[in-house]
Each structure stands twice: as structure tokens, then as C-alpha cells.
Design a protein around this ligand. Structure first.
Ligand SMILES: NC(=O)c1ccc[n+]([C@@H]2O[C@H](COP(=O)([O-])OP(=O)(O)OC[C@H]3O[C@@H](n4cnc5c(N)ncnc54)[C@H](O)[C@@H]3O)[C@@H](O)[C@H]2O)c1
Ligand SMILES: [Zn+2]
Length: 359
């Protein structure tokens, strides 16, 4: 039975370039629907690194010290009086953003777009790199016994992939082209395969990342686009798709945020194709391929984090072993080495860095 210690060490971004440990009060359960989680594993994310290096990410700015981390799993140590679905000792994946119960977005089933969202490690809200974290019970997804806590922490980026694939309704009979072989692109590709795509073409500019994807079954084909033109890409696409019903990919995802990738991805699609933008790029694009969108009757969407059931489906994919996320963890650090972990992540030599603890 997990016990509660009376301290709560946290990894705090004080200001740009400065991370320290702070011992903060153990949070109290005041809402009967909440649970207290002892955090066990936390993945480092590009956004954490952005805050560390620049103090901002997208339109969010760090204006006061903030606990880092939002990709976590842990063990329940206390439950509120109204909690029915979880008990002390359960291992859970933690969905790190709590919307307002009173927003139109929440009521319409799009809670990820709630303007009052309190999201971990997004200013001004503290993150999960601490000993104890509170969440409503329905923002915790119980992990099956055979799914590890590391996999539980990877549910966060996996849910990003699930959300994107669901937005464009990827299913059996589809095929996809995904740009970006970082953790998000790899998981978007892996989810597309798990959802039934027979052909998953992953595009990046780093051979090692592409080889990794194929080795671990996350993509069926790859293309290194460094120095290549759109025609070069299409030669490859047509050779892969030559015997398929549509001759071209029916679905596309950009997970780079690079506008050339978005442009090429959209133009590579079959008629009636569906595209979703996951990568965060510039506010405006120089060359949006609007003619292709019009002539091919394409659907173009945006994707922001995850929403109703994405966490559940992500855990289900892991439960049923529909994709293997474990190899994504290339480097491991202890909670006491969190600052080293952030420093190491700057080198860009890792796919996913995992921080265990605090013990
Ligand atoms: N929409 C969301 O909710 C959401 C959630 C998480 C992350 N993101 C965004 O998704 C993107 C990917 O996240 P990540 O953590 O995997 O980042 P990452 O930086 O690890 O991966 C990006 C990949 O894109 C590749 N790339 C860059 N420029 C390229 C180009 N011109 N051609 C081909 N490949 C290129 C890089 O080599 C890298 O492998 C980021 O922009 C991130 O901000 C969005
Ligand atoms: Zn993240």
C-alpha cells in the first residue's frame, strides 16, 4: 500500500534557463471527485524545453515560477469521498488538462478547446514533476497490469496521435503520409497503422529517425526529404501507391510545424483526402496550397491536444498491444537528475527522455 510522505518535492522552472527543486506543501484533496496521485514517470516534452530555453511556447509565457512536466503516470494514494472508479494503489495515466465545466466547448464535447483550461506546465498552471498531483477521477485512466508506468506516461503524446487520427477519421482502407519522425509524428504514424492503414509513409530529414520507425513497426515506408523537391517526393509516393485503389494517400498529417511539409503533405493527397495539422509552425503560411484543396475537395483540419476518449483509446491501444511505444524511451533519468535531463534534452540526441520518481 503506497504511503504518503509529508513533503512534495517539485521541479520548478524559476525563469528562463533556471530550474531548481522546491519543496511545496502536499496538495490536499478538497473536491470529493478528485484523487491524489503519487507521480512515478514523466516524459520530457518539446514544450517543457521551450519554456526552459525561451520562457514561452506558442502564445503562452512563463511569468512566475512553474512546476514543469505534463506527460505523467502514477499511483493513486488517496481518493475523494465521491470517487467510484479508482482506488488506492491503482496505476493510472494522468490526463493533464482540466477544462471548465461551464464552457460552451466543454458542453459541446470539445473540452480541449475550453478557454479556461488549466493545463499542467502551461502558464500559469503548475505541472506534474512533483511527488503528489491532484486530478479528477475521470482524468485518470487506469493502466492494465501488463502496461508499464513508462508506457502510461507515453499515453500523453500517444493521445495526441489518437486525437489527430480520429479527427480525420483514419480507418481500415485508408493510407497515410506523415511528416515528422519526432515522438509526435512517430506516434501519429503508429496510431494510423493501428487504426488500419496498410501504407504509412513517414517523411523526415534524419535517416536514423526514419529507420527507427520502420524497425519498431510504426511506419511501413519512409522518405528522407532533405534537399528534395515535391516531384521527388511524388515519385516515391506514386511508386508505393501504384497498386492501391486511390493511387495516392487518402490521409495526411503534418507533425513538423514546417510549412513546406504542410504544403507537400496536402498536395500529396488523393482526391477527397483528409489532412490534419498537428505540428506547431508559424502563425501564417507563405504558400498554402489552396488550389489543391479546392480541386481535390480535400478536408483540412487542425488538431489541439486531445479530447473526449482520446486517453481511453490510447490506453486501449496499449492494452491490446496494437503498437509498441516502449522503444521511444531512449534515455532515463531519476527525479534527482531532472535538471541534467533538461540539459541533456537540449542536445537533441533522444527521442523521449523519461524521468522516474520521485521515490
Ligand atoms: N497539436 C498538438 O496538440 C501538439 C501536441 C504536441 C506537439 N505538437 C507539435 O508537434 C510537432 C512535433 O512534436 P515533436 O515533439 O515530435 O517534435 P520534434 O521536434 O521532436 O520532431 C519534429 C520532427 O520534424 C522533423 N522535421 C523538421 N523539419 C522538417 C522538414 N523540413 N522536413 C521533414 N522533417 C522535418 C524533425 O527532423 C523532427 O524529427 C511540434 O511542432 C510540436 O509543437 C502539437
Ligand atoms: Zn507533451
Amino acid at each position: 500500500m503506497p504511503s504518503i510522505t509529508n513533503n512534495n518535492p517539485c521541479v520548478v522552472l524559476q525563469k528562463v534557463g533556471s530550474i531548481t527543486y522546491e519543496d511545496r506543501p502536499v496538495p490536499e484533496l478538497t473536491d470529493p471527485h478528485y484523487v491524489k496521485i503519487a507521480i512515478k514517470q514523466t516524459g520530457l516534452c518539446g514544450s517543457d524545453l521551450h519554456y526552459y530555453e525561451t520562457g514561452c511556447c506558442g502564445s503562452f509565457k512563463v511569468e512566475k515560477p512553474m512546476v514543469l512536466g505534463h506527460e505523467s503516470s502514477g499511483e493513486i494514494v488517496e481518493v475523494g469521498s465521491a470517487v467510484t472508479s479508482l482506488k488506492v494503489g491503482d496505476r493510472v495515466a494522468c490526463e493533464p488538462g482540466i477544462p471548465s465545466r461551464y464552457s460552451q466547448e466543454y458542453k459541446s464535447g470539445n473540452y480541449n478547446l475550453c478557454p479556461h483550461m488549466a493545463f499542467a506546465a502551461t502558464p500559469p498552471y503548475d505541472g506534474t514533476l512533483c511527488r503528489y498531483y491532484l486530478l479528477p477521477e475521470d482524468f485518470c485512466v487506469k493502466l492494465p497490469d501488463h502496461v508499464s508506468l513508462e508506457e502510461g506516461a507515453l499515453v500523453e503524446p500517444l493521445a495526441v496521435g489518437v486525437h489527430a487520427n480520429r479527427l480525420i477519421d483514419v480507418k481500415f482502407g485508408d493510407s497515410i503520409i506523415v511528416f515528422g519522425a519526432g515522438p509526435v509524428g512517430l506516434l501519429c504514424a503508429g496510431v494510423a497503422k493501428a487504426f488500419g492503414c496498410d501504407k504509412v509513409l513517414l517523411v523526415d530529414i534524419i535517416d536514423e529517425k526514419l529507420a527507427f520507425a520502420v524497425e519498431h513497426g510504426l511506419a511501413s515506408h519512409t522518405f528522407n526529404s532533405r534537399g528534395q523537391k515535391f516531384d521527388d517526393l511524388m515519385e516515391k509516393v506514386k511508386s508505393i501507391w501504384k497498386d492501391s485503389e486511390h493511387g495516392l494517400p487518402t490521409c495526411g498529417i503534418d507533425a513538423t510545424g514546417n510549412q513546406t511539409c504542410t504544403n507537400m503533405c496536402i498536395r500529396a493527397l488523393a482526391k477527397k483526402g483528409r489532412f490534419v495539422q498537428v505540428g506547431m509552425g508559424p502563425d501564417n503560411m507563405d504558400n498554402f496550397p489552396i488550389a489543391a484543396v479546392m480541386e481535390k475537395e480535400l478536408t483540412v483540419k487542425g488538431s489541439f491536444r486531445y479530447s473526449v476518449n482520446d486517453y481511453n483509446y490510447a490506453v486501449q491501444l496499449l492494452k491490446e498491444r496494437k503498437l509498441n511505444v516502449k522503444p521511444l524511451v531512449t534515455h532515463r533519468f531519476k527525479f534527482s537528475e531532472a535538471i541534467e535531463a533538461y540539459e541533456f534534452s537540449k542536445k537533441g540526441q533522444s527521442i523521449k527522455i523519461m524521468i522516474s520518481g520521485p521515490e
